[in-house]
Design a protein around this ligand. Structure first.
Ligand code: HEC
Ligand code: HEC
Ligand code: HEC
Ligand code: HEC
Ligand code: HEC
Length: 297
């Protein structure tokens, strides 16, 4: 697919919302983006697994350093079953999102499903990145954390590597993490801009999620099925693999969700050793390969 339609790229660019136009760039990061999620931006301890990355010290006051990578999202016990996401350890607030609403959409669009809500539990900026239900080890557990963030509970965590966090920040537009990580930020400090990471609750300028695959010549049809997932079998191994773009069915039929295009753990890019695709994409977007997996344009 990726060889087919280089000509079409300019045509696609015209209809895209602005943020999609700047394809294939990564923001500067000291993470190696290699080998393990521990060396990606999704290591919310902010301490890279193998040396050379950020020390994380500038962040100690603003998020609990749980000293483990998975715990910011998963827990082996006491998971949040309000959401159909694997062993989910995060606060998921009840939220009504503003949906993509261009008249050109051919099918219906519904509120984001579980495989988007999981991401939005950080990326909509309403919840701190360290707002978990079950802290590691003999750390605390709080049932009410499943639906709301309690800073008194979060303050019970003791940081063994620096000062304890007294603020619990999220990816909030103009505030919190973006209080430093944005141009002209209120807290100053000139940190790397995270502006495009803060999606907010208005998803009308983002690629639609909660949409089904329409029928017709404009669309490619996924060949694989595994439980509630329909997938494009990128490596033709007849199995669902990390690099397979997919649709999730959580009761309304197979739909596009954030994790259709992104794997939050990172996917090694083809032929590049253990280096991950940029921006957690399941497929490197060279020649718009991500887009052309579903869209026949
Ligand atoms: C008081 C300002 C401030 C706040 C608030 C802050 N940071 Fe930072 N952050 C910095 C500075 C300064 C650096 C070092 C310069 C850089 O790499 O951006 C940094 C570095 C980072 C890095 C390493 C950058 C890289 O890729 O090498 C990550 C990741 C990060 N911050 C995440 C966060 C998150 C998540 C939050 C919110 C929980 C946050 N920061 C809040 C100032 C801040
Ligand atoms: C930033 C959040 C985040 C972190 C950190 C994270 N995960 Fe996940 N994980 C997710 C989300 C979201 C899903 C569901 C979407 C999907 O299937 O990719 C998931 C799914 C999974 C699954 C089931 C699907 C699959 O890809 O196999 C496993 C197993 C898993 N995670 C293991 C881990 C382990 C082990 C770690 C730590 C080394 C970890 N995760 C860290 C967000 C995260
Ligand atoms: C635990 C909170 C959390 C969850 C859950 C989470 N993210 Fe993130 N994500 C972040 C933070 C914080 C950053 C940016 C700051 C940093 O560098 O740590 C980020 C960065 C990213 C980036 C930019 C990566 C880059 O290299 O430029 C992408 C893409 C992304 N996330 C997608 C997702 C998707 C898709 C999901 C769900 C499948 C998800 N995230 C779930 C916290 C989260
Ligand atoms: C249809 C595929 C697709 C879906 C669905 C999707 N993304 Fe992305 N996303 C991409 C691509 C492609 C990029 C890289 C764009 C670029 O390089 O500018 C990206 C980039 C990002 C970035 C990095 C910042 C940026 O804009 O470059 C974040 C954060 C992110 N996505 C989060 C999400 C979240 C959260 C969801 C669900 C609400 C989501 N994505 C749904 C394809 C998708
Ligand atoms: C997982 C499959 C999938 C991938 C990958 C994908 N899309 Fe989509 N896209 C869809 C679906 C489904 C819709 C909703 C179509 C509808 O109902 O009209 C959609 C809608 C759109 C729309 C809005 C169309 C309208 O009628 O308003 C645009 C523009 C778009 N996609 C562009 C892209 C771009 C650019 C990429 C790559 C960065 C991409 N898509 C990747 C499945 C996908």
């Amino acid at each position: 697919m990726q060889f087919r339609n280089l000509v079409i790229l300019s045509a696609v660019a015209i209809v895209l919302p602005v943020q999609w136009a700047s394809a294939d760039i990564d923001l500067p990061t000291k993470f190696s983006n290699q080998g393990t999620i521990g060396n990606t931006r999704h290591n919310l301890t902010q301490r890279q697994t193998s040396g050379g990355g950020p020390s994380g010290a500038s962040m100690d006051q603003f998020r609990n350093d749980y000293r483990e990578v998975c715990v910011y999202c998963h827990t082996p016990h006491g998971a949040n079953t309000n959401i159909a996401a694997p062993l989910w350890n995060r606060t998921v607030r009840e939220t009504t999102y503003t949906l993509y609403n261009q008249a050109s959409l051919s099918g219906a669009i519904s509120q984001p499903g579980a495989n988007s809500l999981a991401c939005l539990s950080c990326h909509d900026g309403q919840t701190a990145v360290d707002s978990v239900v079950n802290m590691p080890g003999s750390g605390g557990y709080k049932e009410a954390q499943k639906t709301s963030q309690d800073n008194v509970f979060l303050n019970t965590w003791t940081n063994t590597s620096g000062p304890d966090a007294t603020s619990h920040f999220g990816l909030k537009e103009g505030k919190e993490c973006l209080g430093c990580h944005a141009p002209g930020a209120e807290l100053g400090a000139g940190a790397t801009s995270f502006t495009t990471f803060a999606l907010g609750t208005d998803l009308s300028n983002d690629h639609p999620v909660g949409v089904k695959l329409p029928t017709g010549a404009d669309w490619n049809v996924p060949s694989g099925t595994k439980d509630n997932i329909r997938y494009f079998d990128a490596n033709s191994d007849n199995r669902l693999s990390k690099g397979d773009i997919r649709f999730y069915d959580t009761g309304e039929g197979p739909e596009v969700e954030c994790a259709s295009c992104h794997d939050p753990h990172g996917v090694p890019s083809a032929g590049a050793g253990s280096k991950f695709n940029t921006t957690f994409l399941r497929v490197e977007n060279t020649g718009s390969a991500v887009c052309l997996t579903c869209h026949n344009k």
